[in-house]
Design a protein around this ligand. Structure first.
Ligand code: ADP
Length: 439
């Protein structure tokens, strides 16, 4: 027997029958008046006892929070069982709530760690929940903005219309006024019957890379197009037998060979740059004899200068630990720039010295110099102060970008001092651990 009938049977057995039995016994032995008196007293006691238990249960139910675990209330008989079962149910519920809260906590933590912004909106576009990234992207802060209509917070033109007719196949591009430099894409996903999930993605870096890539492609195409146009123009003359005499042919052939050499230099520089960008560190390193390297740089500089400049070379430092080929390429670029941007009769000093614990390679020229506003951009690919002068001297616009990468791979720092009309000094400072004293 289970359920209410079992409780009723227990009630009969434990309360009604003992009182009835006692009353019958008293009635038979002392007369009916005693029997009725004992029965009335017993019933009164029973009602009083149940009244007390009932009051205790009501007080206990009032005091216990739904999330709280509790002790079994002390009570005997039927009430003890009832209260025990209630307490057990309460404890089960509290345990389940604890589990749900723990899971909710780890879920919220995981959602906060997601780099994409997530916002849940109800049918009226009121904010129900959002993660941390949504705060950075859309300026939403909980609990401050709990229940606020999202269009009141994000006032970018077009956002409200997009939200109203969201087409999740095409995102909305958003620039938050407070952070104009950052770009986000917004998508809206239906959630349940009427709710919406707004997902924001920070695409600033991807857009910057994309714009750099297309600028780079445009620059390379432009750099190759000029010599190719010259070569193809001359080739047309070559096809026309009567249009050019032998002397002109020789001259055109020389000009075409100059343009081809220019294209080859450009392609070489591009390959060098892409190799440097693809690898994190030089393939091999050694102690580079700087006196030897500087002698090589002097010979190459003299050949490029063709006697138009006075070259001074000073070597006062120890051997430098690094990749010889890369160091030669970086230092050679600085020397070649100094010669190309210094008018005839100018002076160029190439120096290697140990100073303040670091090794400094410097190239100082008395050339055209660079205005201060150009200095921060000189190491950008294809950045030139004077395009005509750079091209005229065989420059590709990639020399200093190559220098910057090689120095980075050798933990060296490039500094530039320059004054228009007075000359420039390019300094590469290497950390002390790259110096090999005694060599
Ligand atoms: P380029 O092939 O044009 O020389 P670089 O990357 O080597 O390309 O140099 C970028 C620009 O920096 C040059 O176009 C030039 O305007 C400037 N520059 C570099 N070195 C010097 C220098 N020694 N004196 C003056 N300007 C220089």
């Amino acid at each position: 027997m289970t359920g209410p009938w079992a409780w009723f049977a227990k009630f009969l057995l434990r309360s009604v029958l003992p009182i009835g039995g006692l009353a019958l016994l008293a009635g038979f032995s002392h007369g009916p008046a005693w029997g009725w008196a004992i029965a009335a007293l017993g019933w009164l006691l029973l009602v009083f006892m149940h009244r007390r238990q009932w009051a205790a249960l009501a007080a206990w139910l009032d005091s216990v929070e739904s999330t709280e675990r509790c002790q079994f209330p002390q009570a005997g008989g039927v009430w003890g069982e009832v209260l025990g079962k209630l307490a057990q149910r309460q404890n089960d519920q509290a345990r389940r709530l604890e589990e749900v809260e723990t899971r909710l906590g780890s879920f919220t933590g995981a959602m906060d760690a997601v780099p994409d912004g997530l916002v849940i909106l109800d049918a009226g576009h009121r904010i129900q929940w959002s993660n941390r990234a949504a705060g950075a992207h859309l300026g939403i802060r909980l609990p401050r903005d709990d229940g606020v209509i999202i269009e009141h917070l994000v006032r970018t033109p077009g956002f409200a219309e997009y939200l109203a007719n969201a087409d999740s196949s095409s995102p909305f591009v958003l620039q938050v006024p407070a952070a104009r430099t950052r770009v986000y894409t917004i998508r809206v996903v239906p959630l349940g019957d009427a709710n919406k999930l707004v997902v924001s993605l920070d695409v600033t870096d991807a857009r910057r890379v994309e714009s750099m890539r297309s600028t780079f492609v445009a620059n390379v195409s432009h750099e190759l197009r000029t010599p190719l146009t010259v070569v193809s123009g001359f080739l047309e003359y070559f096809n026309d037998e009567g249009a050019v005499d032998a002397e002109q042919r020789k001259q055109f052939a020389r000009l075409m060979s100059d343009q081809t050499a220019r294209m080859l230099t450009l392609v070489d520089d591009l390959l060098t740059l892409s190799r440097l960008e693809a690898e994190d560190a030089p393939a091999s390193e050694e102690d580079v004899d700087m006196a030897d390297l500087l002698a090589q740089l002097r010979a190459e500089g003299q050949s490029l200068s063709d006697g138009r400049h006075r070259l001074e070379v000073i070597c006062q430092g120890p051997a430098l630990h690094g990749n010889r080929k890369e160091l030669h390429s970086a230092f050679g670029n600085l020397v070649s720039n100094a010669i190309r941007y210094t008018p005839a009769g100018g002076e160029i000093r190439i120096e290697w010295a140990a100073s303040d614990g670091c090794g400094v390679f410097s190239v100082c020229d008395s050339g055209v110099g660079v205005a201060a506003e150009h200095l921060p951009r000189l190491t950008e690919r294809f950045y030139r102060v004077d395009r005509g002068r750079s091209r005229g001297t065989g420059g590709t616009g990639l020399g200093l970008a190559i220098v910057k990468h090689i120095l980075l791979r050798h933990q060296a720092n490039l500094s530039i001092e320059s004054e228009v009309g007075a000359g420039s000094t390019f300094r590469a400072a290497f950390p002390d651990w790259r110096l090999s004293p005694g060599k």
